[in-house]
Design a protein around this ligand. Structure first.
Ligand SMILES: *Cc1c(COP(=O)(O)O)cnc(C)c1O
Length: 223
């Protein structure tokens, strides 16, 4: 059986230049994260606020923490100021809450807008039309302490690669549409986060420049 460091190194050799890797470490112990850290990984993704904060306290301070799970508004206050990127802004209500709490804390939060295109009803995120409407209306101009850096999305949970590729293509199209047509004056809107252990090459083929990989590095999670 290979080690975390070996799996990480093998993965990094496969990822084309210019594509960022978030090591999704949710449910894994700090020791596992430190193995990846020792192999050079500095960007980690967590999906629960308490778990992120606890691990952050135990890990070296040069780690960049990405929040990738559904964020409840009552947890926002404890999270702002502790992340390099909140990838999972899934409603305008949440975005406004992050903005308010960031301003209150005297920090600027970098975030991605999560778009929902997958078949599963249960996944969070803006509908494509809703997201385009948000940018077209220029409501982002009212944000005081939040920098929207791009879009995050997930493909349908299926073995059908053509369906997965089509989902990624749709997310990428929305991202490019916002950048190119809807709000071309947006600054620093350049991250397209999509792709996980099973489907990241398909995501990269559709233009992802940030991928979020857990199982392939750390092995299966024990919930
Ligand atoms: C858990 C998770 C991942 C990583 O999934 P793997 O299949 O373990 O690579 C990526 N993105 C999000 C949003 C997740 O919740």
């Amino acid at each position: 059986m290979s080690t975390i460091a070996e799996r990480l190194t093998a993965l990094k050799a496969e990822i084309p230049d210019g594509i960022g890797l978030v090591a999704v470490s949710k449910f894994h112990p700090v020791g596992a994260l430190m193995d990846a850290y020792g192999a050079g990984q500095r960007r980690f993704g967590e999906s629960r606020v308490q778990e992120l904060l606890r691990k952050q306290d135990e890990m070296p301070s040069d780690v960049e923490w990405h929040f990738i799970g559904h964020l409840q508004t009552n947890k926002v206050r404890s999270l702002v100021g502790r992340t390099a990127l909140i990838e999972s802004i899934d409603s305008e209500h949440l975005l406004e809450c992050v903005d308010r709490e960031s301003e209150r804390a005297g920090v600027v939060s970098r975030v991605l807008m999560q778009v929902h295109v997958a078949a599963e009803e249960t996944k969070f995120g803006f509908d494509p039309e809703e997201l385009l409407d948000y940018f077209a209306s220029r409501r982002f101009e009212a944000l005081k302490a939040t920098h929207i850096c791009g879009v995050m999305g997930m493909a349908s949970n299926t073995d059908d690669e053509s369906r997965v590729s089509a989902d990624f293509a749709r997310i990428a199209e929305i991202f490019r549409d916002i950048r190119g047509r809807v709000a071309p004056d947006l600054r620093g809107f350049d991250l397209l986060s999509m792709g996980m252990s099973g489907d990241w090459p398909l995501a990269v083929a559709q233009g992802a420049n940030l991928i979020r990989v857990g199982t392939r590095i750390f092995g299966p999670r024990e919930y």
